[in-house]
Design a protein around this ligand. Sequence first.
Ligand SMILES: [Ca+2]
Length: 218
Amino acid sequence: MLRNRAMIRNRAMLPWLLGVWAMALWLVAAAASAPEVAAVRNLCRNPGFELDKNQDGMPDDWESVELHAHRTSQCKHDRQISYAGDCSAMITQGSLYATITGTAGWIQRRMVERGGGKTLRVSVYVRAGEPEEVNRYVKTIFPTRVRLYLFGEDRKTGSDYSGAASPVFEIGPEWQKISHTNTFPRNITALSLILAREAQIGGGHVWFDNVEVVEMKK
Ligand SMILES: [Ca+2]
């Protein structure tokens, strides 16, 4: 009698148990199909430097920018060395003035039109050239240095470089990923990005590729 009662109770619970089991299966399936991280949009245009639709020899949406009055470095759209795809953004070491080599940068202007109150994070792959025979001593003992700048525009005063500069990164001949984050106050409008080779003692050529700029949500 007792056993029968238990069986009846188990039978009554069967639909409920099946329901729980089905729910558990559904939850597992939903968790498996959901991406681990929500998809983030890359705000950078032509981030791999692959496009040159107007065939002017420079990657679309990028310009070279002078960071120093005595710039000797040049920005070149390079098709020999790349991290991904066929192209990268190169900055030559420039000629040597005493022991100082040149400085230049790649700029993408107005990457974000309304940047006030936003936090942006840029990451990019970068590598340096091997030291050449000329001035080998200087180039060998001093690493190549690069820097990233994320800056905004103030409606009244123009460019605002607060927090714009990343620390200086010392890079070698292997591709490595570097990144920088900046938070922009409310008065800021458009945001721009510079990938720069710093004025430095020695150092080699620089290549940038696969830029990613994302908005960091709070
Ligand atoms: Ca590329």
